[in-house]
Design a protein around this ligand. Sequence first.
Ligand SMILES: [Zn+2]
Length: 149
Amino acid sequence: MTASRLKIAIPDERGSARMRRVRRIHTGPELQVRRTLHKLGYRYRLHVRGLPGTPDLVFKSRKRVIFVHGCFWHRHPNCPKASMPRNNRPFWEDKFRANIQRDQRKETELRNAGWEVLIVWECETRDAQSMFNKLTEFLGPPRFKPERS
Ligand SMILES: [Zn+2]
């Protein structure tokens, strides 16, 4: 599913290799977030295509969505991971600008439709405690339900 979301035109081999690396990095942080949420007992759906931007995690009853963004690809402000490739610089600048604009547009569409939106950056997922704080603050307390009644 991640692959289809990141479908882009690649100018040459170097760009292609870089994209593959970005994709691999991208899957780790999302799994990290999902593991934390799962442990806390939140229920959610993944990659809901019916919503703007196909949010990574959707909490329908809470009317909240979470995107887990790769710092490089989505341009985390002031983050060392959001470096600028030296080659094909105009291509990457255009691409990044388009990505940022698309992210903003989708977020606005979601908010206009009544959804609260949280962005979790790749580099934030390394600190388990701050991730826990950020997620629970955004989602509110998990609703623990007994496994069997
Ligand atoms: Zn970052």
